[in-house]
Structure formats: structure tokens, C-alpha cells
Ligand binder design. Structure first.
Ligand SMILES: [Mg+2]
Length: 155
């Protein structure tokens, strides 16, 4: 598993369910700014797939704003990654091909494993203004990612 900047992710799929993380992936934490390239990518992916913003934010106002801004559905927030129950929120038929894109191994990667999805680790977007507990979660996740990357050479 390597990390790829969001703008460089190539998806040649059709009819898939793409669960896209927001904080640290589409935008920096608690931010709304998105590059034009990422916007174009979203519309390209959305033309042939079902793209859902999959965020663990507790802030319902932010969730609604993100949905409006990107014109994409979001998960409800009732369940949080890595809970498998998130999948129960999607209107059937749920595509058999599911792709999770996110910046955290421990949240997005583990979520993908639990629901049998493919995982693409995006290179984390940081603003430098992250809250302390977000920074701590990033450090922890980076450590896990380093250990995983080191060990996978021996597997
Ligand atoms: Mg994230």
C-alpha cells in the first residue's frame, strides 16, 4: 500500500460505490477548500459510479454544507468508520465493487477491510491548523502506516 495524492488517483471503474473520506483526504481537517483538479475528478468518478462522502464528523451542519458544496450524498453520521453498519445506510442494490479512499489506515483502511472493499490510501492534506487531537491521531496513524509499510516487505 502506497499513499497517492488524491488528484493522482486513477480509477478505471464503472458502477462502483466510492466511499470518499473528507477530512485529510478531500479537504484539510475541518476545511472546505478543494482544488479544481479534485473537483473535476469527483465529477468524472461520479458520472459512472456512486460517490458518497464518508466522514466521521459529528458536526451535522458541516455534513450538510459538504453535501451541498460537492453535490454528493454523505453518510448520516449514525455509524462511524470503521463500523460495518455504515453499509446498511445505502439504498440497495449496493454495488458489489466498493472502493474506500481515505488518509487513515486505522479508520479508512480498517473500514475497507471490514466491508470487503478495496482501499486507496490518499496522501494526507494538512493545513497546519489542525486541532491537537487531530494531530495526535495523524501521528498515530503515520506510525502504523510506517510499521505496516516496513513489514509488508517481508510478507
Ligand atoms: Mg480523514
Amino acid at each position: 500500500m502506497n499513499e497517492i495524492p488524491l488528484e493522482e488517483i486513477q480509477l478505471n471503474v464503472r458502477g462502483a460505490l466510492i466511499l470518499l473520506d473528507v477530512d485529510g483526504t478531500l479537504t484539510a481537517d475541518a476545511d472546505y477548500a478543494v482544488s479544481p483538479t479534485a473537483r473535476e475528478l469527483l465529477s468524472r468518478w461520479g458520472a459512472e459510479n456512486r460517490v458518497v462522502l464518508c466522514t466521521n464528523t459529528r458536526d451535522q451542519a458541516r455534513r450538510a454544507r459538504l453535501a451541498g458544496l460537492f453535490r454528493l450524498p454523505t453518510t448520516s453520521g449514525k455509524y462511524k468508520k470503521p463500523s460495518r453498519k455504515i453499509v446498511t445506510e445505502f439504498v440497495p442494490p449496493v454495488p458489489s465493487k466498493i472502493i474506500v479512499i481515505g488518509d487513515k489506515c486505522l479508520v479508512d483502511g480498517w473500514f475497507a477491510v471490514r466491508i470487503g472493499a478495496s482501499f486507496i490510501k490518499s496522501k494526507r492534506l494538512v493545513s497546519g491548523h489542525e486541532r491537537w487531537f487531530v494531530k495526535v491521531s495523524y501521528w498515530l496513524d503515520n506510525i502504523i502506516f510506517c510499521i505496516y509499510s516496513w513489514f509488508k516487505n517481508f510478507l
